[in-house]
Design a protein around this ligand. Structure first.
Ligand code: ADP
Length: 503
């Protein structure tokens, strides 16, 4: 059946077409101005976007929807002038709604002429694109912060590197120079912390770190963290007061990660306080929560920075003096870890120069059976000599680890690629094989798989050594047949402990 002719827009009269168009285009404000710049028509979209009804706005000045700043710069007149000269003017700017709020609009204004060449008025079409504008600004801010972060990171990496390079030079020229080993150890610890932070930033903030939860006592965690920062506290001549409630507070938590949290807060308190300051750490149970507070009387945090203090890459401005170091991610990671444990963290400061206070709240578990794991296991003294094969293509790393293992009394051989490692493993029959996963010729994974196929080597302990430490990396090395997975640079004390346990 043929549709009634009246339904087709082609058959609508001009008035009807105009009205239907104006009423239905709600995403765009479409309105006309007379030649003097007064608003002459107003569609539904304009009412929705700008908040004025037709009755309220008709006859008012075009400039009423502009911000005072733009009015001060004569923008409304310039826009109409531009349309008159070039036919149309396009722009993006903030506009004002009836309620005084602002929105970012993309607009176009067209001059309307009659056949006699007389200016009759203007047509303006605009759209609210605030969401897009805010997203763009967020993106820009993020990339600005990322660029700044990369600059800070290279700066931070250079500092410990310079320290190590200098110490090596000193040793070359004055082999008997005292304390150089301490310098290298300290700077290496800084480098390790920076690299750990870099890994954490992606893993923790994207939630890729599974928590290894167990019963842990707050007292143990605090004790370890205090030991971790003792050298920094001492070298800054700070006084650290620790106040722990006498009652054992037990948490269901990842001891390593919580220790990292307390480490971060104490390290910051020490870093951002002038020498000789006082730092207070207090842990108590309040209802079903642990309340852990770290307070310092240091440089404090400005009211402007405080609300953003847990954001990634945020640091107080210290363009000239960056000697405090850090990447501006410690507090982000700290907050994520606390949240992953179902807790919260809050920062307080009365302002610059007036100290800071960080408060952590974490749910407490009632200590039912009293069984808790202790974070630090003691090393046992064993003296079994192990035959160890080190498969590592970096000759310096291989040689130094071999010396260290030899100093423990073990027998050590070195292979520099995968196929040499396989061959030597068959001949040497080691008890332990340390395998760098990125070996040339045959990868560390392939070496492990082939060793696991040899019955003579079934009992050998295979340790993967790699720069990659995500749960997926650990799983992959386990699948290939490794017993342990260690991330470079392997803390030697940890390796020593592992070998002692094997012995
Ligand atoms: P980093 O210390 O590596 O810069 P953080 O994320 O740990 O990064 O801290 C972010 C910023 O917060 C620091 O750069 C510093 O400006 C400020 N801040 C953190 N803790 C304190 C504190 N205790 N006192 C003053 N400022 C602090």
């Amino acid at each position: 059946m043929v549709q009634p002719a009246k339904r087709s827009p082609a058959n609508w009269d001009l008035e009807e077409r105009w009205q239907i168009l104006m009423d239905n285009v709600k995403d765009y404000a479409i309105f006309m101005l007379d030649a003097d710049g007064r608003i002459a028509t107003w569609n539904e979209g304009a009412e929705r976007i700008l908040g004025y009804t037709e009755d309220e706005i008709l006859g008012r000045e075009f400039c009423d929807i502009f911000t005072p700043e733009d009015i001060g710069r004569n923008q409304p007149e310039a826009e109409l002038e531009g349309a008159k000269l070039r036919g149309r003017a396009e722009d993006e700017r903030w506009h004002l709604r009836k309620d005084g709020s602002r929105f970012w609009a993309a607009g176009i204004v067209t001059a309307l002429w009659d056949d006699a060449g007389k200016l009759r008025g203007y047509a303006k079409i605009l759209r609210d694109i605030t969401d897009r504008k805010l997203a763009q600004e967020k993106h820009l801010e993020e990339s600005r912060r990322r660029d700044e972060f990369l600059a800070v990171m290279s700066h931070e990496l250079r500092n410990p590197l310079a320290g190590i390079a200098n110490a090596v030079e000193v040793l070359r020229r004055v082999p008997s120079a005292p304390d150089m080993v301490d310098v290298v150890a300290r700077q290496t610890a800084t480098l390790r912390r920076l690299v750990d932070d870099l890994l954490d930033i992606t893993r923790i903030t994207t939630g890729k770190v599974p928590l290894k939860r167990e019963r842990v006592s707050v007292q143990d965690i605090v004790e370890c963290a205090v030991a971790d920062v003792s050298a920094l506290v001492e070298s800054s001549q700070h006084t650290l007061h620790v106040e722990l409630s006498s009652e054992t507070i037990v948490l269901d938590a990842d001891a390593v990660r919580l220790r990292q949290v307390v480490d971060n807060l104490l390290t910051n308190a020490a870093k951002y306080s002038p020498p000789g300051s006082t730092i207070d750490l207090r842990a108590e149970r309040v209802g079903n929560e642990l309340l852990l507070t770290v307070r310092d009387n240091g440089i404090g945090i400005s009211a402007e920075l405080l609300p953003r203090i847990f954001d990634m890459f945020i640091q107080a401005d210290r363009t000239l003096d960056r000697s405090q170091g850090g990447l501006g991610i410690g507090l982000t990671v700290t907050q994520r870890i606390v949240q992953m444990h179902g807790g919260s963290i809050e920062a307080k400061s009365a302002g610059v120069g007036r100290g800071s206070e960080f408060m952590i709240r974490l749910p407490v578990v009632p200590d039912v059976d009293g069984t808790m794991s202790t974070p630090v296991a003691s090393t046992t003294s064993q003296k079994k000599v192990l035959k160890i094969l080190v498969a590592e293509d970096n000759r310096d790393s291989a040689a130094t680890i071999a010396i260290l293992l030899g100093s423990l009394g073990h027998q050590v051989e070195i292979a520099h690629d995968g196929s040499e490692a396989l061959k030597m493993a068959g001949e040497y029959q080691p008890d332990v094989i340390l395998v760098d996963l990125g070996l040339p010729v045959l990868s560390g994974y392939d070496v492990a798989k082939r060793i696991r196929q040899q019955s003579a080597l079934r009992k050998a302990c295979l340790i993967a050594v790699t720069g990659y430490g995500s749960p997926e990396d650990v799983e992959r090395s386990k699948k290939a047949g490794f017993d342990h997975h260690m991330v470079k640079p392997v803390p030697f004390a940890e390796l020593e402990k592992l070998l002692a346990a094997l012995g």
